[in-house]
Design a protein around this ligand. Structure first.
Ligand SMILES: Cc1ncc(COP(=O)(O)O)c(C=O)c1O
Length: 375
C-alpha cells in the first residue's frame, strides 16, 4: 500500500456525470456497469454510492464472485446485480443466484438449457444476451427457433431482459455502419420473439459509445453505461466527442528524489542515457502501480513546466525529465498530478501507450489507495 501516491475518486463529479447522462437518456433506466472493480475505481464504494445517491437499482459485473462480494457487503441493498461473463452456472456456487438474488446473463444455448433444467433457477429472472455480430458472448441469431421451442416446452412466456452488445460503437456510426447493422438485427430479434408470443419486460443494447451517439436508446427500456460515467467519452476520436462528463478520478504521486542531470548521464536500469540536460524527478510510481513502460515519452505538466517520462521504469519508481529552467521551482516532495478532471488527459496517456482509457484506469494497481472525496 502506498500513501503519497493515491487515486482520489471525486463522488461529486460522478454525481455530475449521472445528472448529465440522465438529461441525455430522459426516462430510460440505467444499468450501471461496475465490472473490473468499477473500471479501477473501487466497485464496493461505487455500488453503495450509486444505490444511495444516484438511485441506481441495476448493476453489471463480470463474474459471480464480484456479484457475491457486492451482495455480501451490503445485503440490505435491494438491487438487481447482473453477471455478464463468468457465470459459473454449473458449479457449487450456482445456488447463490437464487439464494442471493443475483441474475445471470445467459449467453449461450447451453447456459439456457442448463438454467431451464435446474429447479432452483425457476425463480431467477430470465435474461438472454444475443450475438448480433460481435462474436464474443451471445446466443446466435440462427439458434432462435431452437430457443423458442426450448422456452415454450418449459412453459416460459416472458423474458425479463433481452440484451445484445455493440462491437464498434467507439467509432462514429456515420463512418462505421456495423453498429447500425447490429441494431437492425436486434430490432428484428425483438419483433420475432414478440411474434412468437413472448412478453419482453426489459431491453438494452447500448453502452457508452452508442448512448453518446443516441443509438439504441429511444426504443429500449434500458442503457448499460460504464466508461462515460467514470468520465471519458467512449468514442476513440476526439472529433466525435460530444460527451461533457468529468473524469471522476485524480491520480497523484510525489517527487521523492530530484537532481540535475547532464546529457549522457545514465539513469535507472539498463544504459538509458539522458538525451539532454535537465532536472530529473524520481516519481513514487512505476509499472507495478499502473504506469506501464509503454508510457515512456508521455508528457507531465507541473508548475508550468512540461516533463517527459524517460528511461526504463522500475516497479515502483519512474523518471520524469523537466527542462533545466525548472530548477529552483520544482521541488523535492512536490505532488505531481498525473491526471485530473479533464478526460482528454486520459486519452493523451492512452494514445501514448497505444492503449485505451479503459486500460489506463484498470491498470492502476490495488497498491494505490482509492480515497473517496465529496466536496
Ligand atoms: C455487455 C456490456 N455492456 C455494457 C458495457 C459498458 O461499456 P462502456 O464502458 O463502453 O459503457 C460493457 C463493458 O464492458 C459490456 O461488456
Amino acid at each position: 500500500m502506498r500513501h503519497s501516491t493515491r487515486l482520489e475518486v471525486h463522488l461529486e463529479r460522478l454525481h455530475g456525470n449521472f445528472n448529465l447522462l440522465r438529461k441525455t437518456i430522459g426516462q430510460k433506466d440505467l444499468l450501471f456497469m461496475i465490472k473490473a472493480n468499477a473500471y479501477g475505481h473501487g466497485f464496493i464504494p461505487l455500488f453503495h454510492h450509486a444505490f444511495h445517491q444516484e438511485n441506481v437499482r441495476e448493476f453489471g459485473v463480470a463474474s459471480l464472485g464480484a456479484a457475491l462480494a457486492a451482495r455480501n457487503e451490503f445485503p440490505e441493498l435491494k438491487s438487481d446485480i447482473y453477471v455478464f461473463s463468468d457465470l459459473e452456472l454449473e458449479g457449487k456456487l450456482a445456488e447463490a443466484y437464487h439464494q442471493k438474488g443475483i441474475i445471470p446473463v445467459l449467453h449461450s444455448l447451453a447456459d439456457l438449457q442448463h438454467f431451464l433444467s435446474i429447479p432452483e433457477f425457476c425463480h431467477v429472472p430470465l435474461v438472454l444476451k444475443f450475438d448480433t455480430g460481435m462474436h464474443r458472448l451471445g446466443i446466435e441469431i440462427e439458434q432462435l427457433p431452437e430457443l423458442v421451442s426450448l422456452l415454450k416446452n418449459k412453459g416460459r412466456k416472458s423474458i425479463y431482459h433481452l440484451m445484445s452488445h455493440f462491437s464498434c460503437s467507439f467509432n462514429s456510426v456515420i463512418d462505421d455502419r456495423k453498429t447500425t447493422h447490429q441494431y437492425e438485427c436486434f430490432l428484428q430479434l425483438k419483433k420475432e420473439l414478440r411474434q412468437a408470443g413472448f412478453q419482453i419486460e426489459r431491453t438494452s443494447i447500448s453502452a457508452s459509445g452508442a448512448i453518446e451517439q443516441g443509438i439504441g436508446v429511444i426504443d429500449e427500456t434500458h442503457v448499460r453505461p460504464g466508461l462515460m460515467l467514470y468520465g471519458p467519452s467512449a468514442l476513440d476520436h476526439q472529433k466525435d466527442w460530444t460527451w461533457q462528463g468529468k473524469n471522476i478520478s485524480t491520480l497523484k504521486t510525489k517527487i521523492i528524489r530530484l537532481f540535475p542531470g547532464k546529457k549522457g548521464m545514465e539513469v535507472g536500469y539498463g544504459h538509458y542515457a539522458l538525451e539532454q540536460d535537465g532536472l530529473v524527478a524520481v516519481l513514487s510510481m512505476g509499472y507495478g502501480d499502473g504506469l506501464p513502460i509503454s508510457l515512456t515519452g508521455a508528457s507531465f505538466e507541473h508548475k508550468g513546466f512540461t516533463g517527459k517520462l524517460v528511461g526504463r521504469q522500475s516497479m515502483d519508481l519512474s523518471f520524469v525529465l523537466f527542462p533545466p529552467e525548472a530548477e529552483g521551482q520544482i521541488r523535492l516532495h512536490d505532488e505531481i498530478c498525473i491526471w485530473d478532471d479533464d478526460y482528454s488527459r486520459i486519452f493523451e496517456l492512452a494514445n501514448c501507450a497505444h492503449s485505451i482509457p479503459y486500460e489506463v484506469f484498470t491498470n492502476i494497481s490495488s497498491r494505490i489507495p482509492r480515497i473517496y472525496c465529496l466536496k
